[in-house]
Ligand binder design. Structure first.
Ligand code: TRP
Length: 338
């Protein structure tokens, strides 16, 4: 099918860490490359979302490159996807402003991710940008008239808001937006912290040994697996309540190999945690080793990355500017004389 007849996908990730980790990868990013076969795909580095919390500008710039390189290393093909940086496409901020006007304070205030973040540190420690973050995310999606939006479970509520805003705008001002579907793949693995397997793997983990980063040194990553917290038993069995640590390792094993958990359990019947952990540590090292090499090779040629991101932004803008044009017209803004 020519690209314009394929349904469209948009997704984004914040370039807010020096490396993506297994939680990002197996929870969401891994779905991105296979979607290139069946969809017209737009993948975005959400740098404008990344400035809603305190950050360092030089780090953001570097992380944006590192994130782009990792996405390509993970299989996002710039020939088949528009891979772009959010701030290169000014229409995101422009549409977000229009959507701000139709979003209720209470509605935005009910977003659980914002509530969690602001309750942790107090309302004065969070920015207005963090509050309106979901509205910018709605703009990201609606600009591209995306049919589907692959995200992790934690973004479901933001997608619901996006749908509500699209419907509201259409109802008040005439059909303008496509109402998108969240695409939350049930099989995407939820990965937990290796040192605290009741907590989601996250870069704000209490110990760096709790997370495997895609750019980890392979030996270091292997060691993290070998020293992952497990229970005092010795049975390699999936039981999230009683054996959270082992279950998490089984999930990672399954995600890396494509084998079912049941199949892996069978292989390790009668064996102790040690052998299982050693095998998994080798699988992990074999994954992050080549991944890191591919990423570093891409980072060695910044000019090429710049070219890729420029082409991606041009492709994105050609779609986004049309949507914004329609939105401005429907909103009653006077058209500038040609
Ligand atoms: N908020 C998303 C996250 O933190 C990232 C994101 C920004 C996004 N804009 C988006 C995801 C648009 C999907 C669609 O994971």
């Amino acid at each position: 099918m020519p690209p314009e007849q394929k349904p469209r996908v948009l997704s984004g990730i914040q370039p807010s860490a020096d490396s993506f980790h297994f939680g990002n990868y197996f929870g969401a990013l891994r779905q991105w490359p296979p979607m290139q076969d069946d969809f017209d795909t737009f993948y975005m580095l959400a740098d404008m979302h990344a400035i809603t919390v305190e950050y360092d500008p030089a780090a953001l710039r570097e992380r944006t490159y590192v994130s782009a390189a990792q996405l390509i290393a993970a299989g996002v093909d710039p020939e088949r996807s528009a891979l772009f940086v959010q701030s290169h496409v000014p229409e995101h901020a422009q549409l977000a402003w229009v959507l701000n006007g139709i979003t209720g304070m209470g509605e935005a205030g009910r977003m659980t991710q914002f509530k969690d973040k602001s309750s942790k540190n107090g309302a004065d420690s969070v920015s207005v940008g963090l509050f309106t973050y979901p509205i910018l995310m709605a703009a990201d999606v609606l600009l591209y008239r995306a049919d589907q939006v692959p995200v992790g479970e934690d973004q479901r509520q933001h997608l619901e808001l996006t749908r509500d805003l699209a419907q509201r705008f259409n109802h008040r001002f005439g059909e303008t937006f496509l109402v998108p579907e969240a695409f939350i793949v049930k099989e995407t693995a939820k990965i937990y912290d290796l040192q605290d397997p009741t907590a989601k793997m996250s870069k704000s983990a209490s110990s760096p040994n709790g997370l495997i980063e895609l750019l980890d040194d392979p030996k270091k990553a292997a060691k993290k697996i070998r020293s992952a917290v497990t229970d005092s038993g010795d049975e390699v069995r999936f039981d999230e309540k009683e054996k959270a640590g082992v279950s998490n390792l089984l999930t990672i094993y399954s995600a890396l190999t494509g084998r079912t958990v049941a199949d892996i359990e069978r292989e390790y019947v009668g064996q102790q945690y040690g052998a299982f952990k050693v095998a998994l540590s080798e699988l992990v090292a074999d994954f992050v080793g080549p991944f890191g090499e591919r990423t570093r090779a891409l980072l060695d040629d910044r000019a090429e990355l710049d070219r890729i991101l420029k082409a991606g932004a041009e492709q994105a803008r050609s779609v986004a500017s049309q949507t914004l044009d329609l939105v401005y017209d429907r909103s009653g803004f006077v058209r500038q004389a040609l």
